[in-house]
Design a protein around this ligand. Structure first.
Ligand SMILES: *Cc1c(COP(=O)(O)O)cnc(C)c1O
Length: 430
């Protein structure tokens, strides 16, 4: 399988090269040359397959022969070492809990899969790879945990000082080994700008092999297809129409859902639920895509003003506005509405949603209002404990730390403070 750049100016590459490069030299996102649907029987009898088998069938065409079957199977098995439960909250309303992995957010699957692929490709090489990543919170933790102890790979994470939650900071700064945290005196946008500059700085790239680890990387993006199939497998009644609501920021997750649909997963509609950052809801109304400056919200992992992966969705639907509208709705919600939803659901059923999942819930409810014989699943993308300062005052109850988190809260933070690009550069070069 070959991948081409959506900017069309760079040569096609293999899966391996797409993973190592992250982004094409012309700054385009990599996209698979072909997408071949799986057999109807596969999805009809999905309950006969283990999660590992489902994942293998869905991803093998994209990996091609770059990783031999037994090795790919081992990577998948190692990636999927936790559960993805589907919880029924109301009639036809389900929560797909994607927070049972090591860092308790859905990015664990992509982070772990990518780390293992990179480590596989790097086995025969003698020089090390440095993963350089900026995070607003969850990406850094998932990447750190996914790459911890992986030979031949060093991870350098930039995070904005004082702007990630306490749990998130502990996840970034307490692991040690090959994981290095840089605490940046600035915003997430500053971190992102420094990382981008480093990728273009030949004094750095002549010295070391740099790669990125956000959802533009195909090895982080594609494994997210699995969740949608795992959810489908758990439905008791698969004869009803099915819709998914995905709380969206950079639009990698929902784009992976659309890829699963292209493979034949019977999904009738997707809902891209956003917070106040509403570039895509605006696009759905006007047909014009206009990036905005991001605004801060309580669902901060979705504070994105120019979602990178939306271009892949447009590609899949041949940039046909009508076709996009037929398959995707998009709604935006305020922090106030999000808090009310968290409160209402907690009062009605005792179920605690995190602010991101709550945005997904709101979108699903809005869409289902005008549908009959349709069931819907919203993606619960993070454990509420990751956003304690928001969740506890809303539900007026304290939440217990799960064991994964409790363990790290007592560990000592280790981070190097930096305040400029020059600091980053000298750090990398020494
Ligand atoms: C990253 C993240 C999102 C947004 O996912 P995208 O793929 O960027 O759209 C939603 N919720 C949580 C908790 C996240 O960490």
């Amino acid at each position: 399988m070959q991948f081409y750049s959506l900017n069309q100016q760079s040569p096609k590459v293999s899966f391996k090269e797409a993973v190592i490069r992250g982004i094409a030299p012309d700054k385009g996102l990599y996209f698979p040359e072909t997408i071949s649907p799986l057999s109807k029987e596969f999805f009809q009898h999905i309950e006969n397959h283990t999660n590992e088998e489902i994942a293998f069938e869905m991803i093998r065409q994209f990996v091609g022969n770059e990783i031999p079957e037994p090795d790919l199977k081992a990577i998948i098995e190692d990636t999927l070492c936790f559960d993805f439960p589907l919880v029924e909250l109301e009639d036809n309303v389900f929560s797909l809990e994607l927070f049972h992995g090591p860092t308790m957010a859905f990015k664990d699957v992509g982070g772990r899969f990518m780390a293992r692929c990179l480590s596989y490709f790097n086995k025969k090489q003698t020089n090390e790879v440095t993963v350089l990543v900026a995070t607003s919170g969850d990406t850094g933790g998932a990447v750190a945990s996914g790459f911890l102890g992986v030979k031949g790979v060093n991870v350098v994470i930039l995070y904005p000082s004082g702007k990630v939650s306490e749990v998130q900071e502990k996840q970034l700064t307490t692991l040690g080994q090959n994981i290095i945290a840089l605490e940046v005196d600035g915003t997430f946008d500053d971190c992102q700008a420094m990382v981008k500059r480093a990728f273009l700085d030949t004094e750095i790239t002549d010295e070391m092999q740099l790669t990125s680890a956000n959802s533009i990387n195909v090895a982080r993006w594609l494994p997210q297809m699995f969740y949608f199939a795992f959810a489908y497998k758990q439905l008791k009644d698969r004869s009803k129409k099915l819709t998914f609501s995905t709380p969206s920021g950079n639009f990698g997750n929902i784009c992976a859902g659309v890829m699963a649909q292209q493979l034949g997963l019977p999904v009738s509609h997707f809902i891209a639920s956003t917070n106040a950052n509403k570039v895509v809801p605006n696009y759905m109304e006007s047909g014009k895509y206009e990036p905005l400056k991001s605004v801060a919200t309580i669902s901060n992992a979705m504070d994105v003003g120019d979602p990178s992966n939306f271009i892949r969705i447009r590609k899949i639907f041949k940039d046909n506005f009508k076709l996009i509208k037929k398959n995707i709705s998009s709604f935006s919600y305020s922090d106030y509405q999000t808090r009310i939803a968290m409160q209402d659901v907690f009062k009605a059923s005792g179920y605690i949603m995190d602010p991101h999942g709550a945005v997904g819930y709101l979108g699903l409810k809005q869409y289902l209002q005008d549908q009959n014989k349709t069931q819907g699943i919203f993606l619960e993308t993070a454990h509420p404990v990751k956003f304690l300062d928001v969740v506890e005052p809303v539900i007026q109850k304290s939440i217990a730390f799960p064991s994964q988190i409790e363990e790290i809260m007592d560990r000592k933070k280790v981070a190097t403070s930096i305040s400029s690009y020059e600091n980053l550069k000298s750090f990398l070069l020494n």
